[in-house]
Design a protein around this ligand. Sequence first.
Ligand code: RCB
Ligand code: MG
Length: 364
Amino acid sequence: ATTAATGNPFAGKDWYANPYYSSEIHTLAIPSLPASLKPAASAVAKVGSFVWMDTRAKIPLLETYLADIKSKNAAGSKLMATFVVYDLPDRDCAALASNGELAIDKDGANIYKTEYIDKIAAIIKKYPNIKVNLAMEPDSLANMITNMGVAKCARAAPYYEELTVYALKTLNLPNVDMYLDGGHAGWLGWDANIGPAAKLYSKVYKAAGSPRGVRGIVTNVSNYNPYRISTCSSITQGNKNCDEERFINSFAPLLRAEGFPAHFIVDVGRSGKQPTGQQAWGDWCNVSGAGFGLRPTTNTGNDLVDALVWVKPGGESDGTSDQSAVRYDGFCGKPSAFKPAPEAGTWFQAYFEMLLKNANPALV
Ligand SMILES: O=[N+]([O-])c1ccc(O[C@@H]2O[C@H](CO)[C@@H](O[C@@H]3O[C@H](CO)[C@@H](O[C@@H]4O[C@H](CO)[C@@H](O)[C@H](O)[C@H]4O)[C@H](O)[C@H]3O)[C@H](O)[C@H]2O)cc1
Ligand SMILES: [Mg+2]
């Protein structure tokens, strides 16, 4: 079996220092860092984080890393693979910064199935003894809750739902555990959103046949909320779920009541410094004042929470601040957004340095 007896897909497994992120740090970051920050940067390169398959071209990384993990585990390691599935057609429908390669209007639904999901499944099937934990399609279902007033989201909704069900069924393999993206406390944690969210996520889970491989929900991907904080930040005013743990404790019973016994993982990669420079809780782009957060662990202090993880790789941009760029999103131009910023997913050195300086716990 590749999932520990507790049912926790992360229990008993070691983190795989993602070579893609590690090489960004060693080739792009460390050479131009002040000597004082080089050790901290080297420490970040060793932290296990999720590998984003944000284009079809990134799928071969899955094969490369599974082969590497296989050989390391044959030599005695207990590594697991952690990847993000992120290539829906008309992706990031309520924003501009992370729009993807596939379009509904250009046969995107079929391409997503045959050239993306099916290819990922075929590779995973070649490594049945490696634990593969997947974060599924950040922001997509969350946008279906709060942004049906955005034409692009309203149009994409049936495709997001059908393709997510397809992905959950196709990737429901014995060595795979999947976590649907659940936005975050400042997104779906509001009283107005949490009920509808429980209904939609449970609907999708059941439409996929309540698959064993769907373990639950990942929250706070690419966001900055604390997992657990004693004093709520002022920007959370009006929402009792002011941290991710409160959100999860409120969300889980609603999901269970709808037939989805979800467990959770939380992205804490950029949550180390509280409060951040957010002026409003909806600020999501390259937020100033953020710092690397808690190191990945299964020691969460909450049976609903399998692990605290690093999903968004700190140092990769959330979106360009260049107002003339096609994918320029106004949120990346807000006062809270660190500027100048490169395109989403590309290396953002000054931001990486800020995350190093603000890291909590300290990196070295
Ligand atoms: O008390 N009240 O009276 C009251 C009234 C209205 C309220 O409305 C709520 O306000 C919230 C903001 O506080 C909104 O949450 C924001 O929604 C955005 C999408 O629209 C998210 O953006 C995404 O962020 C991702 C990374 O996280 C990016 O990857 C992605 O590209 C990007 O698109 C923000 O995180 C998220 O914080 C809710 O929708 C909204 O329903 C709330 C309370
Ligand atoms: Mg994003």
